[in-house]
Design a protein around this ligand. Structure first.
Ligand SMILES: NC(=O)c1ccc[n+]([C@@H]2O[C@H](COP(=O)([O-])OP(=O)(O)OC[C@H]3O[C@@H](n4cnc5c(N)ncnc54)[C@H](OP(=O)(O)O)[C@@H]3O)[C@@H](O)[C@H]2O)c1
Length: 353
């Protein structure tokens, strides 16, 4: 039995603690809070959890095998340092840390201590997400040349608007879009960042674009101010794959086969959708223009999504630890650190105002 300790008693801690107990051979054995009331309330809602009123006491407890860190973004690195020093495996909430050098430090410490460490990027382990990334990598839509996505919800949570706690929409929401694009397009060469900073001092909405050495492009929008479409789309030479909505909790993939065969183009021209007089339809430029107007074939896939979705990442952690691995092959630390590095580059880049 893998015994988990949970640091923090907030929103995501509740969801993930529930999911841990849902996975065979895993159980929440302890929860720590800065307040006795919170720790006891949380522990009383779980079958086998002990309440700790001090984070360090839980980290040091030999009865705990692995720590799930669910405290604000700015606390992640310090919490991970302490967990590694105590020889505990780690699942740390996103973003993994606030800057890439700290991420590399944690990677080295975890390796030296031979403890498992992974970012809790739960969306990466949702079956539909795993499936779409495999489809893209298998070349189902040919070579990918463009990715676009959005993630936005109206948020009012204090932590998200508090700079000292690592708030900001890029760290909270934008990072999911970057994380799903990174395995497909890799490290961008150039970045453009258009943030809107609110009175809170954090970016409350932003658009950002990436360009890559081979000319590929990615374009995103994230927001605490609006509910957005919340999809991610991969555009390839021969089709488009779209995840969601919403991409972060979905069973839906749509696959649009875009490139029409020459025969279909002829048929479309003969149908004369614009109603122009006959001879014009034969003009070569007219056929060209019709190409993107052709009806595309959309295939919808439904890939089952169970429970609250957080148990998929717990299953991954459990399987890795069972195999004696210290990192996930699906979500290695190099991935999480690269995503942090991309966000650091965005914040450091000259904002377009
Ligand atoms: N994977 C996901 O779907 C997902 C979703 C939301 C958030 N997250 C990530 O999970 C982490 C927690 O987010 P959340 O939305 O659950 O936050 P939250 O509801 O505000 O809870 C954060 C918890 O952290 C603890 N904490 C420790 N030090 C703190 C400090 N200095 N100030 C405030 N709280 C402190 C608090 O627990 P005590 O008061 O009991 O000590 C609090 O309950 C963040 O890193 C966030 O990015 C992930």
């Amino acid at each position: 039995m893998l015994k988990w300790g949970v640091l923090g008693t907030g929103e995501v801690a509740c969801d993930v603690a529930y999911a841990i107990n849902f996975v065979p051979n895993n159980s929440v054995a302890g929860v720590a809070s800065r307040s006795a009331k919170n720790a006891e309330w949380f522990a009383n809602n779980l079958p086998d959890a002990k309440a700790y009123t001090d984070y360090d006491a839980l980290i040091q407890d030999p009865a705990i095998d692995i720590i799930y860190i669910a405290t604000p973004n700015s606390t992640h690195t310090d919490m991970m340092r302490k967990c590694i020093a105590a020889g505990k495996h780690i699942l740390c909430e996103k973003p993994f840390c606030l800057n890439a050098p700290e991420g590399r430090e944690i990677q080295q410490l975890a390796k030296a201590a031979n403890v498992f460490c992974m970012e809790a990027l739960w969306t990466r382990f949702i079956p539909a997400t795993k499936h779409i990334i495999e489809q893209v990598k298998n070349g189902d839509i040919g070579t990918v040349n463009f990715v676009k996505g959005s993630f936005g919800h109206v948020f009012s949570k204090d932590r998200c608007f508090n700079k000292k706690l690592g708030g900001g929409v890029l760290f909270d929401l934008g990072m999911y879009l970057i994380s799903l694009t990174y395995p497909v397009l890799g490290m961008p060469e150039q970045l453009k960042f258009m943030p809107k900073y609110g009175q809170s001092g954090v970016d409350e909405q932003s658009s950002f674009t990436f360009s890559y050495k081979n000319g590929n492009i990615a374009s995103f929008h994230c927001s605490f101010l609006n509910d957005l479409e919340n999809t991610i789309e991969f555009y390839g030479e021969s089709g488009i794959l779209k995840l969601g909505p919403p991409f972060y909790r979905t069973s839906k993939i749509s696959f649009d086969v875009q490139s029409a065969s020459p025969i279909n183009q002829e048929k479309a021209v003969r149908k004369n959708p614009y109603g122009y007089p006959g001879p014009l339809q034969k003009a070569p430029y007219f056929k060209e223009r019709l190409k993107p107007m052709l009806p595309s074939k959309t295939k919808l896939s439904n890939i089952p999504f169970k429970g609250n979705g957080y148990h998929y990442e717990i299953e991954e952690v459990y399987q890795c630890i069972e195999k004696g691995w210290i990192e996930s092959k699906i979500l290695p630390l190099e991935h999480s650190i690269s995503v942090v590095e991309i966000m650091n580059r965005l914040y450091e880049s000259e904002p377009i105002t």
